[in-house]
Design a binder for this molecule. Structure first.
Ligand code: B12
Length: 477
């Protein structure tokens, strides 16, 4: 038997979609699976104790979604809590412990070392978990298990992740292994994937590490079947969990066409992240008909130099066009910025903020600071700037040497001593913006969803949708 455990207890509650897919794959392979969900448990420690007092699984799989909350200045790091959970599970069962998840995949070896887990899986978990369970019960040939992190003679070995082995993706559609209904009640939305991977080269993004660089698309009919499974459970607000829904654009259109064909546009409301390009009138119109009500664009900046630095292919005019197309089609639009990256100055930040005000999206995220992930181009940028220990652009809240495993951010020193204050002054109280938290007055008008009481209460009172949309409505009242 396989036991899957969700370790992400952050509120509002986000369903461990990955565990639903893994459980579906395990069931297809004839494996008995159970999910222990610490997010929905009143007392996680007691839940684990009670569970293992009555169950004796062959393998325990832990999902680790967020390594940290990726938000300066909060900088909350979740690895110590994971290590405690693993220690506690060790004392309750002799079953081997494997960890996986999107956050895990970014720091796989560090996490295996730090927590003492027996195994890890970098990338997709479906095939890997089935193979691992089979190998543990037979010849223990771990070399071929996709993405497996394991130990041989005391050293950690890394197998190539699963995403390199196939181009198309097929997932279980039943969505019945986790309590999606409770997640919908407490989280206001549920997630679904139409593809995995991202072929873009944004210098800061870790999705290349956890999802691969090839777009592996799902058959639109399969995605629509899954949406119908969720709809049958009463879940009618969905968030696409792709890195960017519109890459590739043709697949996004095909998904919309299938939703339209099945009449899902009238029964479901969709939210998604999107790249600014490709996006045209045909896709915007199809998305509206397919039930899309909100798009959060990866805008990053409206300053050409910063867009080039981040390696974004869009221009400021593309941003303007994206906002216009959303408006014309009645889709609520958010532009997510990334302020403070390499070379950001008060002038480039002003250029971006002024332009966003002018093109008038419903809202704009203006977080400050770029999380530096090992294995991304940001590391090369920082290395080229000289000694990281004395680099004035590096911001962190821990002491000792710089350790990218812990929340470590880049904020251009050219923004001065109080960069958040500077950004807030540029925003000048414009309610469309989610602002960074000021270094001194610490008033929170940001959009950190980590233990966000405002959101939890709004969802309990019936709010549904993407969090930026719920917060926007609350703050503009
Ligand atoms: C969609 C999304 C959101 C949506 C979620 C909507 C929803 N209803 O699901 C919203 C906007 C709410 C959101 C919020 C946040 N997010 Co988010 N999100 C994503 C995104 C794009 C997809 C995540 C997802 O669900 N993928 C689909 C599932 C199926 O994939 P998966 O979880 O990876 O699972 C697979 C594998 O990882 C593996 N696996 C998973 N579990 C297990 C367990 C075992 C045992 C094994 C073997 C394998 C395994 O197998 C699974 C199937 O193949 C990712 C980036 C990305 N492209 O992955 C960021 C991402 C996960 N988010 C991130 C962050 C930081 C957050 C926030 C903390 C931001 C904030 N401060 O507010 C919050 C946290 C919310 C919460 N309660 O957890 C970061 C985490 C990075 C980090 N430092 O740890 C990511 C990676 C983005 C990034 N690059 O910075 N997010």
């Amino acid at each position: 038997m396989l036991t899957l455990i969700n370790t992400n207890t952050m509120q509002p509650a986000i369903a461990p979609v990955g565990l639903d897919y893994i459980a579906g794959a395990a069931k297809r392979a004839g494996i008995e699976v159970e999910v222990v969900d610490l997010c929905l448990a009143k007392d996680p420690a007691a839940t684990l104790r009670d569970y293992f007092a009555n169950h004796n699984p062959n393998l325990v799989g832990l999902s680790f979604r967020n390594v940290d909350d990726c938000f300066w200045p909060s900088c909350q790091w979740f690895v110590p809590r994971l290590a405690e959970t693993i220690k506690s599970i060790r004392s309750l069962t002799k079953a081997p412990i494997v960890v996986g998840g999107v956050g895990f995949s970014i720091f796989a070896n560090n996490i295996v070392e730090h927590t003492g887990a027996d195994f890890g899986v970098c990338g997709d978990g479906e095939q890997a978990m089935v193979s691992l369970l089979n190998e543990l019960q037979s010849k223990k040939k771990f070399e071929k298990i996709p993405g497996l992190v394991w130990r041989k003679n005391g050293t950690i070995r890394n197998n190539p992740p699963a995403w390199q082995t196939n181009q198309t993706l097929s997932l279980a559609t039943s969505r019945d292994a986790i309590d999606n209904v409770t997640y919908f009640e407490r989280g206001g939305q549920c997630g679904i994937e139409t593809k995995r991977g991202c072929s873009r080269n944004c210098i800061y993004c870790a999705d290349r590490l956890s999802k691969g660089t090839t777009n592996r698309t799902r058959n639109p009919a399969e995605v629509a079947d899954e949406a119908e499974s969720l709809l049958a459970q009463g879940i009618d607000v969905l968030h696409i969990c792709d890195s960017e829904f519109n890459i590739p654009g043709e697949h996004a259109k095909a998904i919309c066409e299938e939703f339209i064909r099945r009449g899902l546009g009238n029964r479901l409301r969709w939210y998604t992240y999107m790249a600014v390009v490709p996006f045209d009138a045909a896709l915007a119109g199809a998305m509206r008909k397919a039930g899309y009500v909100g798009i959060d664009f990866t805008g990053d900046s409206a300053c050409p130099a910063m867009l080039k630095t981040y390696r974004q292919p869009h221009t400021a005019q593309d941003l303007a066009s994206a906002v216009r197309l959303c408006r014309e089609n009645g889709i609520t639009v958010m532009i997510d910025l990334l302020l403070g990256g390499p070379g950001e100055t008060p002038q480039t930040a002003k250029q971006t903020i002024d332009f966003i005000k002018q093109i008038n999206p419903d809202c704009a995220g203006a977080p400050l600071g770029v999380r530096i992930y090992p294995g991304t181009e940001m590391v090369n940028v920082v290395s080229a700037e000289g000694d990281i220990e004395t680099n004035p652009n590096i911001r962190r809240k821990y002491t000792g040497p710089v350790d990218l495993f812990r929340p470590t951010f880049y904020i251009s020193h050219l923004l001065g001593e109080r960069p958040a204050r500077l950004i807030k002054d540029l925003i000048a109280g414009d309610k469309r913006f989610f602002e960074p938290i000021d270094e001194v007055d610490a008033v929170s008008t940001d959009h950190n969803y980590n233990d966000n009481t405002e959101l939890v209460q709004a969802i309990a009172a019936g709010a549904r949708g993407a969090y930026w949309h719920i917060l926007h409505k609350l703050r503009s009242c």
